[in-house]
Design a protein around this ligand. Sequence first.
Ligand SMILES: CC(C)(COP(=O)(O)OP(=O)(O)OC[C@H]1O[C@@H](n2cnc3c(N)ncnc32)[C@H](O)[C@@H]1OP(=O)(O)O)[C@@H](O)C(=O)NCCC(=O)NCCS
Length: 168
Amino acid sequence: MATMVRAMTPDDFSWVIALNQQHVPAVSDAEGDRFTYLFERSAIALTAWVDDAPAGFSLTMTHGLDYDSSNYKWFSESYDQFIYLDRVVVDESFHRHGVGRALYAETERLGLIEVPDAEVFGLEVNVEPRNDVSLAFHERLGFTELLQRPTPYGIVVAMMGKPLMPQA
Ligand SMILES: CC(C)(COP(=O)(O)OP(=O)(O)OC[C@H]1O[C@@H](n2cnc3c(N)ncnc32)[C@H](O)[C@@H]1OP(=O)(O)O)[C@@H](O)C(=O)NCCC(=O)NCCS
């Protein structure tokens, strides 16, 4: 299987939003104008393709934004310079084929260009209710828990981070 990662464009919105909505509440709801709001704030918006079939996407932001997410605000209050992965989803047909890993490798490569002095590559994972697959994935990719915090939307998340370093 050949995996390719490309920049997301508005032409991708319909399948990306459908995939996002299939995975609520692992990721938050983002339809219509809300998705456009997120996309416009994402310095690194990627899609992944396996043998030319749409397979996944990710949205990543940098510090200094006007963004209403309490999780993003926590990173803003904790770090001066960072990249923040707002969401990642891989289609279930392609799980465990390295698609998520490919999206993160490209995010890190571009993140170092966008924010060369980033203190952290940050994100959150649900722990109540617990997203064991995402925790295993992120631990495998080198993320560690910074702390756990309750959110205004009623769940508990683990704030996770890793240093943003060039890939070997
Ligand atoms: C989390 C997610 C993005 C992982 O994507 P993926 O393409 O399947 O992950 P990869 O194939 O790149 O996995 C990389 C490594 O992570 C770990 N991993 C991934 N899925 C795992 C699972 N189900 N169980 C245990 N470890 C897992 C493995 O170590 C894997 O390497 P290996 O397959 O060589 O052992 C995907 O499961 C997903 O979209 N889940 C639904 C949405 C979601 O929860 N998003 C995250 C919200 S925080």
